[in-house]
Design a protein around this ligand. Structure first.
Ligand SMILES: Cc1cc2nc3c(=O)[nH]c(=O)nc-3n(C[C@H](O)[C@H](O)[C@H](O)COP(=O)(O)O)c2cc1C
Length: 197
């Protein structure tokens, strides 16, 4: 078996992958969403804390619940997307550490930290997991449309009330219409963004 990904795979998840906003009316099976999560969960997090929690907003009723929290520019594309994943983070991720990192008492490292520090840690690690999630979705043939243009407090009240989970970002998922994309914006070159020391 080759130890590097094929060019076709690299095109699928990086070079040819875009942020999509125009969605085809093609459903996404729940089984595929489960496959996306099952791949994404394998990516590394600090002390294997896995703080990401995902709500897949799929039904008309749930989409209507999300709608008032969206920035105006994100409403139409989100309502048209077959699925919108709310990428959340459990700020009390340490409760799962006896299961997720069982060889030491890792819960003790985190449980008494201030909420703001816990949130900072959860944000870093759930953002990483959110990126793994998008790569997994693309690898399985789904298109992604990540968004941070929404009211976090409203999403938290609508979907995470009474829990220690907070929203991080949203990601529309489905099969997109590539003919409607604007040209790709430039990226920084290696020399602009990196140093080898
Ligand atoms: C965390 C995050 C938040 C974003 N928020 C929004 C948003 O609220 N609305 C939107 O239209 N695009 C949003 N974008 C899309 C970015 O503008 C887009 O990913 C970027 O320009 C790269 O586009 P490309 O993947 O097509 O090259 C967001 C992307 C990310 C990763």
């Amino acid at each position: 078996m080759s130890k590097v990904m094929t060019d076709e795979g690299l095109d699928l998840i990086f070079r040819g992958a875009r942020t999509h906003t125009v969605w085809l009316d093609k459903p996404v099976d729940d089984a595929l969403l489960k496959q996306v999560y099952d791949l994404a969960r394998m990516g590394p997090t600090s002390a294997n804390m896995c703080p990401m929690r995902v709500v897949f907003v799929k039904s008309k009723e749930a989409k209507e619940k999300l709608k008032p929290a969206l920035d105006a520019g994100n409403v139409d594309k989100t309502m048209a997307a077959p699925v919108t994943a709310i990428i959340g983070m459990d700020v009390h991720f340490y409760e799962q550490l006896p299961k997720l990192f069982p060889h030491v008492d890792a819960k003790a490292w985190f449980k008494d930290l201030p909420e703001s520090v816990l949130e900072y840690i959860a944000l870093r690690n759930s953002s990483l997991q959110g990126a793994y999630f998008m790569l997994a979705a693309r690898a399985l043939g789904l298109d992604c449309g990540p968004m941070s243009g929404f009211n976090n407090a409203k999403v938290d009240a609508a979907f995470f009330a009474g829990t220690s989970v907070k929203s991080n970002f949203l990601c529309n998922l489905g099969h997109a219409d590539p003919s409607r994309l604007h040209p790709r914006s430039p990226r920084l070159s290696f020399d602009e963004a990196c140093r080898i020391v």
